[in-house]
Design a protein around this ligand. Structure first.
Ligand code: MLC
Ligand code: AMP
Length: 507
């Protein structure tokens, strides 16, 4: 049997005329259309020299052609490597050098800059714009739709997704065909997806949540999705009258709650609201239940592991808890120092094991080994506990990671950029509670004597260096950073003293 994710998704296709994707303007794309489109693109990938195991790096806006390119890459036996369109050219250089793709697909407006980066690793460049225009689709239109999906073993790579490292640079998490297929299959069952479902797809498709959870689950169930270029609360509420499921980060839910059109009635056609990628406040969960009569189902996952736990479909969806281990996934809580398993209700490091666990970090065997226990459990870096009923509760993070609107920001990366600015002595970047984004990236900066540097100047200097979501919402100047006896910056002290910073801010 071909263990390619593509084959696992589509081998028993059934009716090719079944609806796969609906656009907001009601344009319809059937399963047959999507598969044919992926076949044309796979033929072009092969014609451009992409071989099984090669990386195809894709920095393209969310679109149906981009989704078809993901499927085409799987079909060609290559490795899909999505990159946030917000990344600046200076951030992209690292990913391209590290991953050494054989092809880079980018927006036509970025082709010029990317060509010189790609040339360094001998990669070709094709373009694909937000509206589907570009050299890739042009060539695909003239290509054959038939393509024999390249055979892959379970353990072969399907995708690499970069996760920012707590120290040093981003690490490429290598995900296999079986990681993705087994997780999708388990979620279809757990969340009771069927071909009668219509998912409102408003997440980006360069991350696990929007790409694997939302898309693979929908396609495997032969359900359909309404594909929005980005999250728009008013439109999402309108679409609820003909959809059945919404998947979102907590910011989706807090923004939807601000819209008076969200009511019992406007959500009555929906069967399921799922939240993940960042903590959903228990208050948001309760407010949602009161407003709509639906209990949000919260689940917990990571780029490296796919989904690990989920609140149950039937049974208690507990506010503030991320639910039960998914079938086939083992979860334990350990002493972070010794790795010894801790009893129920005791707080420690969350560790997971199962067919969902990634294969390792791209070309970083040492870092990979450091994050696994000898018995194969992966050390998530999330701090939490398991209660007597086996529900997992996340209570913190081991590292200083900030999650802003569901996107991870590693303080060190932002601090390094700020510290390099003239007039800055040092900086500490922290996450501060933010009513819209969950946490707001905040820089606390010590400036040199007589230095002229201001908040506006710091923000302006970061503009071309960092993607927008990493840029601090505020820069605060203080005389010195608080330190403990060991000389380590006490970020908890900074977080406490600035906890009220965004209390009055609006989205
Ligand atoms: C956009 N901006 C952000 C931001 N997203 N700033 C901080 N944090 C974010 N997440 C910037 C914009 O560039 C803009 O800058 C300004 O902030 C306000 O923009 P906006 O219009 O409010 O942003 P919007 O486009 O609406 O995006 C917000 C969002 C989006 C929350 C809808 O970020 C989003 O879709 N997040 C989901 C991320 C996700 O899929 N995470 C899953 C990771 S997988 P300016 O200067 O132009 O005003 C994972 C594993 C798992 O974690 O378990 O799922
Ligand atoms: P990423 O590296 O982008 O995949 O982010 C994974 C991290 O997001 C996890 O390690 C958690 O810290 C966090 N996360 C995901 N889902 C949840 C959730 N439901 N509640 C709290 N944190 C979450």
């Amino acid at each position: 049997m071909n263990a390619s994710l593509f084959s696992r998704l589509f081998d028993d296709l059934g009716d090719p005329g079944r609806l796969a994707i609906e656009m907001p303007d009601r344009r319809r794309i059937t399963y047959g259309d999507l598969i044919a489109f992926s076949g044309r693109l796979a033929n072009i990938l092969v014609a451009r020299g992409v071989k099984p195991g090669d990386r195809v790096a894709v920095q393209v806006e969310k679109s149906v052609p981009n989704l078809a390119l993901y499927l085409a890459t799987l079909r060609a036996g290559a490795v899909y490597l999505p990159l946030n369109p917000a990344y600046t050219l200076s951030e992209l250089g690292y990913f391209i050098t590290d991953a050494e793709p054989s092809l880079v697909v980018c927006d036509p407006s970025k082709a010029e800059g990317i060509k010189s980066l790609a040339a360094k690793v001998g990669a070709g460049v094709e373009t694909l714009g937000a509206g589907g225009e570009g050299s890739l689709t042009e060539a695909a239109m003239a290509a054959e739709p038939d393509f024999t999906t390249v055979a892959r073993a379970k353990d072969d790579l399907a995708a690499i997704l970069y996760t920012s490292g707590t120290t040093g640079r981003s690490k490429g998490a290598m995900l296999t065909h079986d990681n993705l297929a087994s997780n999708a299959s388990s979620l279809v069952d757990f969340w009771r997806f069927t071909d009668r479902d219509a998912l409102i797809h408003a997440l980006p498709i360069y991350h696990t949540h929007g790409l694997f959870v939302a898309t693979n689950v929908t396609l495997l169930a032969r359900a359909s999705m309404i594909f929005l270029p980005k999250f728009d609360p008013g439109l999402v509420i309108e679409l609820m009258t003909r959809a059945t499921v919404l998947m979102g980060v907590p910011t989706f839910y807090t923004r939807l709650l601000q819209n008076p059109a969200l009511t019992h009635e406007s959500t009555s056609h929906m069967r399921l609201f799922i939240s993940g990628s960042a903590p959903l406040l228990a208050d948001t969960h309760r407010e949602w239940s009161a407003r709509t009569g639906h209990a949000i189902l919260e689940r917990y996952g990571m780029t490296e592991t796919g989904m690990n736990t989920s609140n149950p479909y039937d049974g208690d969806r507990v506010p503030g808890a991320v639910g039960l281990p998914l079938p086939g996934v083992s979860v334990r809580v350990t002493d972070p120092e010794t790795g010894t398993e801790l009893p129920r209700e005791t707080i420690g490091m969350i560790e997971v094991k199962g067919p969902n666990l990634f294969k390792g970090y791209w070309r970083l065997p040492e870092k990979t080994r450091a994050e696994f226990r000898d018995d194969g459990f992966f050390i998530t870096g999330d701090i939490g506990k398991m209660d007597e009923k086996n529900y997992v509760h996340i209570l913190g993070r081991g590292a200083d990671l900030v999650i802003s609107g569901g996107l991870n920001v590693y303080p060190k990366e932002v601090e390094s950029e700020i510290d390099a600015l003239p007039g800055v002595v040092e900086s500490a970047v922290i996450g501060v509670p933010h009513p819209d984004l969950g946490e707001g990236v905040t820089a606390v900066v010590v400036r040199g004597k007589d230095a002229e540097i201001s908040e506006a100047r710091v923000l302006d200097a970061l503009k071309d260096r960092l993607a927008k979501f990493k840029i601090p919402k505020r820069v605060i100047f203080i005389d010195e950073l608080p330190r403990n006896a060991m000389g380590k910056v006490q970020k908890n002290v900074l977080r406490d003293s600035h906890a009220g910073l965004y209390k009055t801010s609006q989205p």
